[in-house]
Design a protein around this ligand. Structure first.
Ligand code: NAP
Length: 306
């Protein structure tokens, strides 16, 4: 196993899967991105998604609402995208203004177009291990394990964080009865007692808490696999900024068997997975019953042989 688990190779392999499916089924996948307000970090992310579209043979159309838009305005824009047969996938940029009810808005997205897996139906499918859309960040962790052939079967896996977008779906995916899952999972959060001792017992430690360099070497087991989901902005004294994860990469590197970098690790894969979900949504719209994972296995297998 290589020590630094980079995301770029995985992102490229996932893009290859999307392109192969688009070609084989003559698809023209189209996404509608919806952004409320003009938060600079959100705008940067949304623009990078739009820029990726043409490279993959997809379309991505950005619909921006002003920060004063009401919840009703947003729901009506989502409903219009639900009804538009030319739109296969809907991506709603979060966070939304605090005045909006996330849960009601998530439920207004057509589950068959829900390429960021926000709708409870898609989250429920994860629980039941049924085919559906996977949220991109937990999926990025799952595909990282798969790509680098790190099978968590029977291992003590600790997930730090229990959010609806990362920790909870990821913990449930790791419990699946299938390869690259079957783990013994412990989920920790801000109320967990003995957090350090629990982490010390982890053969695979996955951090998703949003606290810069939180995991230190004294918290990890010798030879643990460390997966860092966190992205934390650090402002330098000169005003410039850099990004670090929830795991202290430099300090933990020696002790770890393998570790994902930040940036360049998990975050590097999520846009590719968003487009893979878009391709899947397009297949659903065309009523083509295709198991996308068969392609993933094939292409990951080819890369692993190299
Ligand atoms: N790589 C990517 O593409 C990607 C995508 C999404 C998010 N992220 C990053 O991943 C991180 C987590 O995101 P999120 O949306 O899941 O965050 P979130 O909604 O803020 O949830 C954070 C979770 O961490 C727990 N937590 C906070 N401080 C803790 C502590 N000191 N000890 C133990 N648990 C603690 C919280 O516990 P409570 O539930 O008790 O409050 C909560 O469950 C952030 O850095 C975010 O930027 C990355």
């Amino acid at each position: 196993m290589q020590k630094e688990l980079k995301g770029k190779a995985i992102a490229l392999a996932i893009n290859k899967v999307s392109k192969a499916l688009i070609q084989e089924y003559d698809l023209s996948p189209s996404m509608r991105l919806i952004q409320v307000g003009e938060d600079p970090a959100s705008s940067y992310y949304v623009q990078s998604i739009v820029n990726t579209a043409s490279r993959l043979g997809c379309k991505a159309e950005l619909l921006s609402l002003s920060k004063t838009a009401s919840q009703e305005d947003l729901i009506s824009v989502i409903q219009a995208a639900n009804e538009d047969t030319g739109v296969h996938g809907i991506m709603l940029q979060k966070p939304l203004p605090k005045t909006m009810d996330d849960s009601q808005i998530n439920m207004s997205i057509d589950p068959n177009k829900d390429i960021d897996a926000l709708h409870p139906l898609n989250l429920g499918k994860i629980l039941m291990q049924e085919d559906g859309f996977l949220p991109n960040t937990p999926a990025a962790v799952y595909y990282t394990l798969k790509y680098y052939d790190i099978d968590p079967m029977g291992k003590n896996v600790v997930v730090l964080g229990r959010s609806n977008v990362v920790g909870k779906p990821l913990a449930n995916m790791l419990l699946w009865k299938k390869p690259y899952a079957n783990a013994t999972v412990t989920v920790c959060h801000s109320r967990t007692r003995n957090l350090k001792e629990i982490c010390q017992n982890a053969e695979i430690l996955i951090a998703a808490i949003g606290k810069a360099n939180f995991v230190s070497p004294d918290m990890i087991k010798d030879g643990a696999v460390l997966i860092d989901v966190g992205i934390n902005e650090i402002i330098q004294p000169d005003g410039s900024s850099s990004y670090v994860g929830d795991i202290d990469y430099d300090a933990c590197y020696e002790k770890a068997q393998a570790i994902t970098p930040v940036p360049g690790g998990i975050g590097r894969i999520t846009t590719s997975l968003l487009y893979l979900n878009l391709v899947k949504a397009c297949l659903i719209a065309k009523k083509i019953n295709k198991n996308v994972d068969e392609y993933v296995d094939l292409i990951f297998g080819e890369n692993q042989k190299k």
